[in-house]
Design a protein around this ligand. Sequence first.
Ligand SMILES: Cc1cc2nc3c(=O)[nH]c(=O)nc-3n(C[C@H](O)[C@H](O)[C@H](O)COP(=O)(O)O)c2cc1C
Length: 273
Amino acid sequence: MTSSLAKIEDFPPDPVEFFKKILQEAAKGHPDGFMQEMNLATVDEEYGVLNRTVLYRGLTQDNCVFYITHRYVRNFKNLQANPKACITFYMPDVKDGAGNQSTWQEYGVLNRTVLYRGLTQDNCVFYITHRYVRNFKNLQANPKACITFYMPDVKDGAGNQSTWQVRLIGATAVELAQSEMDALWAKENLAAQIRGHICPCGEPINYDELKAKHDQFLQDHRGKSIERPASYTAWKFQPQRWDFLKVGLDQIADRVQYRLQKDGKWASMHVST
Ligand SMILES: Cc1cc2nc3c(=O)[nH]c(=O)nc-3n(C[C@H](O)[C@H](O)[C@H](O)COP(=O)(O)O)c2cc1C
């Protein structure tokens, strides 16, 4: 196992120019006509926060990201009632099982990409974080959350290609017991383990100083196991609704929703997009 520090080099003074450059790079791996998707999180009176995949339609003349919707859709109504929002673009080389998580606090809402780590024994989606990270603090202060999975290019048994969006709506985050953490920590790669010890998340850093700290840590721990920091933790999500959206090329999407009933059972139904 090895570990190193990523470094973002040569970024322009203007963020929009930087964004355009990354978009161009991301589009290269895709066929002509590819449209970039993004994740939009809004404040929702009923669910706290709600996020969903929408299509990035470009920049307005005043350099703002925009998307298109209908006035009858919940995301429109959410933004009309409370215009605070957060947008996350996820542009991987390889599309894997990354989920997009939304929380609610200082900025109204905040969403970010996190790694799906599987299901707990009681069938809840969970992810791993550190107690010093903003998403942990957000969920501690307000456990309402929404998770959106975006899975393009899913093939069914007959080889037909579809895009799926799976959402955990109106979810309550519950922290996993510390007794479960040792087994998860043991599976972390070296870079993740070192990060847990040396990175002050979200604070300005001097790259060279952090690199020196990292390299020293790596040298000191070569061949030794790395202790699990007390900050290492995980959250699972208990949703009120599971929302499955399926769409293929030139199709109107279909959605199936499972709604949790008072008796603890799921009622399933098609809902309109
Ligand atoms: C690839 C993809 C692109 C989508 N683009 C949009 C869009 O541009 N605008 C929109 O309102 N919904 C879009 N949707 C549907 C939303 O994800 C969502 O299901 C719908 O807006 C209803 O969500 P809401 O009730 O949270 O507002 C898209 C879905 C997928 C999978």
